[in-house]
Design a protein around this ligand. Structure first.
Ligand SMILES: NC(=O)c1ccc[n+]([C@@H]2O[C@H](COP(=O)([O-])OP(=O)(O)OC[C@H]3O[C@@H](n4cnc5c(N)ncnc54)[C@H](OP(=O)(O)O)[C@@H]3O)[C@@H](O)[C@H]2O)c1
Length: 182
């Protein structure tokens, strides 16, 4: 797949590396923007307040499948239901919310796990297959939480993820699974 990652920090740069290892063609864009015309999917990995600025400098994004990895850390734009809805309002194509509840500092430890760690994601129908593939190709097990109406729940769950870490577990993987017995 041809992927354009916008934001090349811990999340954007880290995912780019994982996806290249999985055989994808990944372009990383920063503050100078660029052209995403050839992309099959774009990934938004900038601080939330920079979503408008960052996407505004990238040509060729209209109608693309977009995966929003941002978190509403330290505030949020109240005019949008979620940050993913903000991305949707700019890009206009099918949107998924993913990677916002996974610690980027652990990306380089995914491959050593005996079972793929979980990755909670929400997606519009036309973004779901792409999101699931990219989640799997990053080494995670995709855990679907519903359509884009669930993006806000994922964003609002950041406090829980941090609480678990700060209560003693440190940075961690999670897994969701049905009962092993009936
Ligand atoms: N870190 C995590 O574990 C984690 C996990 C899940 C989700 N998130 C979320 O993912 C997003 C990125 O987090 P991160 O940890 O990767 O942050 P980061 O390491 O600080 O990287 C952010 C990247 O965005 C770029 N950027 C900032 N403003 C921009 C703009 N206007 N146009 C284009 N690029 C711009 C930065 O460029 P410069 O280097 O030039 O400043 C940097 O490369 C945030 O929304 C964060 O809340 C983070």
């Amino acid at each position: 797949m041809n992927i354009t990652v916008i934001g090349r920090g811990h999340v954007g740069g880290g995912l780019a590396q994982l996806w290249r290892t999985a055989g994808h063609d990944v372009q990383e864009l920063g503050r100078d923007g660029g052209d995403a015309s050839d992309a099959d999917a774009i990934v938004v990995a900038v601080p939330w307040a920079q979503i408008g600025d960052a996407l505004g400098k990238v040509q060729g994004i209209e109608g693309k499948v977009a995966i929003d990895a941002t978190n509403a850390y330290g505030g949020r734009p109240e005019e949008f239901e979620s940050l993913a809805h903000w991305v949707k309002s700019i890009v206009g194509g099918p949107v998924a919310k993913s990677f916002n509840l996974n610690f980027a500092t652990l990306y380089d430890r995914i491959a050593a796990e005996p079972e793929p760690p979980g990755n909670l994601f929400a997606a519009e129908d036309d973004a779901r297959e792409t999101a699931e593939q990219l989640i799997r190709d990053a080494g995670y097990d995709p855990v679907y939480v519903g359509g884009l109406d669930q993006a806000r729940v994922l964003e609002d769950s950041l406090g829980l993820v941090f609480a678990v870490a700060q209560a003693g577990l440190g940075q961690y993987f999670y897994r969701f699974a049905p009962p092993k017995t009936r």
